[in-house]
Design a protein around this ligand. Sequence first.
Ligand code: NZQ
Ligand code: ZN
Length: 394
Amino acid sequence: MKDFHYYTPTEVVFGKDSEKEIGHLVKKHGGGKVLIHYGGKSAETSGLLDTVRRQLDAVGIPFVELGGVVPNPVLSKVHEGVQISKNENVDFILAVGGGSVIDSAKAIAYGLAYDGDVWDFFSKKTEAFAAYPIGVILTIPAAGSEMSNGCVITNEEGYSKRAYDNDLCRPRFAVMNPIRTYTLSAYQTACGAVDMMMHTMERYFSHDDDMLLTDAIAESLMRTVCECAPKVIAAPNDYILRSQIMWAGSLAHNNLTGCGTIGDFATHMLEHELSAMFNVAHGAGLAAIWPHWAEYVLSENPTRFAQFAVNVLKIANNFRSAEETAREGIEAMKIFYKKIGMPTSIPELLGRKATDDEIREMADKCSLGRTSTIGHLKILSYDDMVEIYNMANR
Ligand code: NZQ
Ligand code: ZN
């Protein structure tokens, strides 16, 4: 069991009536003037934005608005948000949406507290020492950004998608009403399920075998998502199922399932290049990569993969070979992905194979021009990345 810090300062307000508390929450967490930040149409058409406006009016908090955040959020929108917020003396950002809107809000919050270009943090030029406070009204359980210290932005110049992790950006509160997720398409629901499973799997597949409680929590979370995801796709208005998925998404990425171990996150790094280059949904990209990453690194710790197969996917342990049981688990995971409509390869994701040049470019960016490695269970260099992309491209 590795030593760890566990820090989750986000106040969670979960349930059918959670939105009634928005005004009060903004006030409690110091908001004097708010930027309401949102994506495309979903929050407007569902009436959620109107509810937010009414709630802020009711407590006398003035606000300005900035919509138009796209999935795989872009730097130019962050710059726009920083400028508007500076002009309007905004001191609190309220994100209404999913991971893309939340990450855009987090980047604006960094930008407001910094004189230079916010991209400096993502390009590792410097560290952030302050960020404005943000609150979240979550509409899609997936990225877990509502409780995470992560922020992922795409710079349109060169299409670099980069993550910056810092506790400063953790939201002050997250309002989660599962009813607001009824309108999600089957595809977005499935992408979210893949992502939250993956956040747990990234922490689970390690060299450590001695974090019994963390394993039990992680396995239970993954079993819950595996069980509920296909059911909720068939019954999108089921409150109980939507609730399980929504809560799982937050717990999967607030590091509860990472206590005592070191995360791998290679699949995430490989996927970020896919979604930067092809603008695909993050969850779908993860499903296209993970089985091939798993195949590639399996020999590093076959018993861990076998434990995953048995405890999460209910594969019978054949007790002859951990590797055989592990491989059955990887196949079962592919079956799960297919069952919920997710791709298990790059051609299934894109509708065509990636070219050799595209694969080399993704690996080059992922390895920061061949200067950097990714992963922990197995440290992956540029050549390993090319190999995994090639395996996923068959
Ligand atoms: O723009 P609108 O109209 O709102 O539509 C969105 C968007 O098209 C739609 N949607 C959201 N709530 C809805 C809804 N449609 C109907 N009903 C609702 N209630 O869903 C689409 C996808 O939204 P998005 O926010 O992009 O999804 P997600 O939450 O999966 O976020 C993905 C982004 O988060 C990053 C990903 O890389 C990607 O950029 N991640 C952020 C992390 C973090 N900050 O900790 C960790 C993750 O690993 C991930 O990398
Ligand atoms: Zn993710």
